[in-house]
Design a protein around this ligand. Structure first.
Ligand code: ANZ
Ligand code: ZN
Length: 803
């Protein structure tokens, strides 16, 4: 028979699917809807590498299966195309970022198509398309109108190499996420989005969605909600108070000193009273050079200066306490000041050790001589006056009431989450649709004047002053105020690259809508996204941002659901053959084009799903890809042993039912590797039997179709089955027929397993005993002794006690 030749097959079927609009989703349909989404890529110059298809193929499998199950499936794709790499590339090659993007998108699209992914290309979107970013700008204006977009002088993270301000999320251990350069602090006026106003809902509503646990945990930790108290300590020398934030007011009797952050305003306010102000100033200057990460690292030497001239008074017992300035306390969290409890907080403990401050135990049950035990929720209060003998929870309640009554403290919830810095001083992003008028202040553009398009410019290099390149274009900057008509200036910052992706899922439902981000009808039909798969690296950025935007749009009546995604899963990263991350600089990147050319898209798809547990890290392997190719070649040869029978054969019927069940369930649970393994196992049984019925072949290729759609469509056509696989139905199984009728159970003598017997499931004890006794090893195992007892645990084990 004919040899398997992927080159003939794959292009042919891609054309048939496209010509027939096989994967087109209609907005109205009698079928139930299913909306699947993978993270749309940034179309970089390098093109697709083999890491991309891991996510795309997985949900393509689900999409193809859902269609066969009778759903109206939406599986769309688009381009998240604003951003730095394109801009930098364009600058370097003296090109326009628009043209670079166009070229990259064409390349990416060609590559995705060659992988046989079943996207509905009629719904392709591009965040750099003015008809798209018109709505990104429109959403910004709505945020502004509700007071959720505001301008603020910010101490920002500045990357001197990229010449760009970075969000906290983009600073990795004090370094720029992109280029690795050390991040500096600079003061800039920035647009901010008040995501913190949504912090509680972003945590609490996680209970209403089906996200994998590690995603939920990371989001909760990132938002970092903490319940505590703001507490005032009187200052002895002046008529003023020092306010601290503490989650452990119950440890008040264990306070042995106070710490304020180097940026704390108290220092400037009392510089005439502080006797060692020069020393304090010097310390402040040193702290400026460190990143927050360096400052708060647990394992680092604690530094600081004791403030000479200011003393605090403990509100619970009137004790006088020293105040230090130290950089392990941040100005950006809580009140920028703490009460230090070295007996029960690790950093305070380290500091106390270094500065000779007292370490008091106020909660029993920990060993403070070794190291402090943080946040001990168990234990009993000791050395704590009227709190003695209480549990931590009881003590907290009592002391909170005590401080509230004395009017020195209020309960307070704090968050680690910061508002979102929403300006970039770069060219290749959405212009912010705001105008500054001397008379009216910041005024949004009229909505009918959107989109505000990026002007075509000659030079768009970032400036050393940190101003946006747009600031140099007078014709862009100078405008009239939409409010009073007077002269005004446009905002010249652009939006950060997370803007366009914060609402793109909505646009897929209605990509050409000209009156709203998407029409309410389309949104009501499709939203929420039923299943969204993406990288863990987007959990704290994109996933949080887009949930925030969706919630905001829900609040103003633009979208119908409060959460955008019903289910969120994530894939493990794909490493190169050398076990390292694939990267251009290492030269270990494998391009999909090469694999598709040599082995075919189906082989690549099978391998990507078979290489290991989908949720764990996996490694590229040349032998792995060859193994997948061999598997498909053997599937192709099934046609050689096809007979005319239209039913399952007696020998294989049970295997087919079991395989259908297993593959169906595995596809739903991200267990693609075991689904492939099961199909390989069945293939082995079929080939050793030497023949396959028509019914069996149809079932087999239908099960394999979502993973390897081209070869299966081809086989389907060659043997003359009536409809194409993309139009057929998913095979069903009979639960009864999946139950294995015979099982093996171990037989043990005095606790040692000597042999096993094969029995019919649920066989009676007598039947089992009969098998145990007639086994050839029975006499030997008995060792001539007497049987004193026999115990049979049904379908599990037979135990013989001998003496
Ligand atoms: C006394 C205490 C005793 C504390 C104890 C902890 C344990 P979370 O849970 O992360 O909110 N803290 C407050 N503001 C700070 C700042 N600006 N920089 C550094 N540390 C700060 O942490 C709250 C705790 O972190 C607060 O409760 C405070 O120390 C410290 F056994 O107060 B605690
Ligand atoms: Zn005005």
């Amino acid at each position: 028979m004919k040899e398997y030749n992927h080159k003939d097959i794959e292009g042919k079927w891609q054309k048939i699917w496209a010509d027939n609009k096989a994967f087109h989703a209609e907005n109205d349909s009698d079928k139930p809807k299913y909306f699947l989404m993978v993270e749309f890529p940034y179309p970089s110059g390098e093109g697709l590498h083999v890491g991309h298809p891991r996510s795309y193929t997985a949900l393509d499998i689900v999409a193809r299966k859902r269609r066969l199950e009778g759903y109206n499936v939406l599986y769309p794709m688009g381009w998240d195309a604003f951003g730095l790499p394109t801009e930098n590339y364009a600058i370097k090659h003296k090109m326009n970022p628009k043209d670079v993007t166009k070229r990259n998108v064409a390349h990416f699209k060609h590559q995705l198509t060659s992988l046989g992914l079943s996207f509905d290309w009629d719904r392709e979107i591009n965040t750099t398309d003015p008809e798209y970013y018109k709505w990104t700008q429109w959403i910004f204006i709505q945020l502004f109108k509700k007071g959720l977009a505001y301008k603020k002088e910010m101490n920002i993270n500045w990357c001197p190499s990229c010449k760009i301000g970075l969000a906290n999320e983009e600073v990795i251990q004090g370094h720029c996420e992109r280029c690795g350069h050390t991040v500096e602090h600079r003061v800039k006026t920035q647009w901010m989005l008040a995501i913190t106003k949504y912090a509680d809902r972003l945590i609490d509503d996680l209970d209403t969605v089906d996200f994998i646990e590690r995603v939920k945990t990371q989001q909760v930790n990132w938002i970092g909600r903490s319940h505590g108290m703001e507490l005032d300590f009187d200052i002895d020398e002046v008529d003023d108070k020092l306010k601290v934030y503490t989650t452990r007011p119950d440890t008040i009797f264990g306070v042995s000193y106070m710490v304020i952050s180097p940026e704390h305003p108290l220092i400037e306010k009392y510089k005439d009273i502080i006797k060692n102000i020069d020393e304090v100033h010097e310390y402040q200057n040193k702290a400026k050079l460190k990143s927050d990460f360096e400052r708060t690292e647990l394992v680092k030497e604690k530094t600081g200066v004791k403030i000479d001239g200011l003393t605090a008074i403990n509100p619970a017992n009137g004790e006088k306490i020293a105040i230090y300035v130290s950089d392990y306390v941040l100005m950006t969290y809580g009140t920028g000041a703490i009460m230090a409890v070295p007996g029960h907080d690790q950093r305070d403990y380290d500091f106390a050790k270094a500065f000779g401050e007292e370490i008091k135990e106020v909660i029993s049950g920990g060993d403070i001589s070794k190291e402090a035990y943080t946040d001990t929720q168990k234990g009993i209060l000791v050395n704590s006056d009227f709190l003695n003998g209480l549990s931590v929870d009881e003590a907290k309640k009592k002391i909170i009431k005590y401080f509230e009554d004395k009017k020195v403290g209020v309960v307070k919830t704090n968050y680690k989450l910061r508002d979102w810095v929403f300006s970039r001083q770069r060219y290749w992003g959405e212009p912010i649709p705001m105008v500054y008028c001397e008379k009216c202040g910041w005024v949004p553009l009229n909505e009918e004047d959107l989109p505000l398009t990026l002007p075509d410019v000659e030079a768009y290099e970032p400036t050393d002053t940190g101003e946006s390149p747009l600031a140099k274009i007078d014709s862009f900057v100078n405008t009239t105020c939409p409010h009073c008509g007077g002269p005004a200036k446009r905002e010249t910052d652009t939006m950060p690259n997370w803007a366009g992706s914060s609402w793109y899922f909505l646009r897929y439902t209605d990509p050409k809508c000209s009156t709203a981000p998407a029409s309410m009808d389309a949104l009501k039909y499709w939203m929420p996204v039923d299943w969204y798969n993406g990288g863990m690296e987007h959990t704290t950025l994109h996933l949080l941002y887009s949930r925030f935007w969706n919630k905001f749009l829900y609040d103003i009546g633009v979208v119908p659901t409060s959460e955008p995604y019903q289910k969120r899963t994530s894939h493990g990263m794909l490493l190169a053959q050398d076990g390292e991350k694939m990267s251009k600089s290492r030269g270990n990147v494998i391009n999909t084009d090469d694999i598709v050319e040599e082995y075919g898209a189906d082989t690549l798809r099978v391998f990507e799903m078979f290489m290991g547990d989908y949720e764990k890290v996996a490694m590229w392997s040349e032998t792995g890809i060859q193994g997948s190719r061999k598997f498909l070649e053997r599937v192709y040869r099934l046609m050689d042993i096809l007979n005319d029978d239209e039913n399952y054969s007696k020998d294989l019927e049970q295997d087919f039912h079991i395989t259908i069940k297993k593959v169906s369930e595995d596809f739903e649970n991200l267990k693609f590797n075991t689904a492939v393994a099961k199909l390989m196992e069945l293939l082995n049984k079929i080939t050793s039997k030497g023949s396959i019925t028509r019914k069996e072949l149809k079932t087999y290729i239908t099960l394999l179709y979502p993973i390897a759609p081209h070869i299966t469509e081809e086989i389907n056509e060659m043997v003359g089955f009536d409809t194409e696989l993309y139009k057929s139905t998913w095979p069903s199984f009979d639960e009864d027929k999946t139950i294995i009728k015979t099982i093996e159970i171990p037989v043990q003598f005095n606790g040692k397993v000597r042999y096993t017997v094969e029995i019919d499931r649920d066989a009676s004890e007598d039947e089992v005993k009969e098998k145990v006794y007639s086994h050839e090893l029975f006499e030997k195992s008995k060792q001539g002794k007497n049987i004193v007892k026999e115990i049979y645990v049904k379908n599990k084990i037979f135990t013989v006690v001998i003496k």
